[in-house]
Design a binder for this molecule. Structure first.
Ligand code: SF4
Length: 174
């Protein structure tokens, strides 16, 4: 087993003190840097940094970055959710490491969705019914995997299908 344990640090966003939810860091007891290219292949990370190595991907509407000795997860409901996601990641890291002889390692990020492409399919009324201040902010959240076409109640069925199809090209929700 590569990763044996970690210590969780749960905190509120400093830039958005009034925002709901928490962020978390898991400080890892072992350095998992060598496993990151394998984890990237398995989970389809959209960004891979080489020095120092880090892979970022989306899962369950969260943005997750795995560094050599730290995992960062944003927009969590509470500590229970943080523990669940970090424990899942620990298993994924250990599984990728155990299976590394059968996995082609990759340091290349997957293509990302274009915010403007998403915005083109939205009603662009800035009506706020999605609880976002503008359609542009909503488009940014969709690109990050934090919101989906069904979260805009003003979208026509045709546009909803087009957006679903467009987003289906990207590995945003594992
Ligand atoms: S509900 Fe739809 S139209 Fe209204 S602001 Fe949100 S994204 Fe724009």
């Amino acid at each position: 087993m590569l990763l044996k344990g970690y210590t969780l640090e749960i905190f509120k966003s400093k830039c958005q003190a009034d925002a709901r939810g928490v962020h978390c860091y898991a400080h890892l007891e072992q350095d998992v840097s060598e496993c990151l290219p394998y984890l990237n292949s398995v989970l389809g990370g959209f960004e891979f940094l080489l020095d120092p190595p880090a892979v970022t991907f989306k899962a369950q509407g969260k943005m997750i970055t795995v560094h050599g000795q730290k995992i960062a997860v944003n927009a969590l409901k509470d500590e229970t959710e943080a523990r669940k996601i970090v424990e899942w990641l620990k298993n994924e890291i250990n599984h990728a490491w155990a299976e590394k002889e059968h996995i082609q390692p990759s340091t290349i990020g997957m293509p990302k969705p274009g915010i403007i492409e998403i915005l083109k399919l939205l009603p662009k009324t800035n009506c706020r019914e999605c609880n976002e201040p503008t359609c542009m902010v909503f488009a940014t959240k969709v690109a990050e995997g934090a919101k989906g076409p069904d979260d805009c109640p003003k979208m026509e069925e045709k546009e909803n299908q087009k957006l679903t199809q467009y987003m289906g090209q990207f590995n945003l929700d594992l």
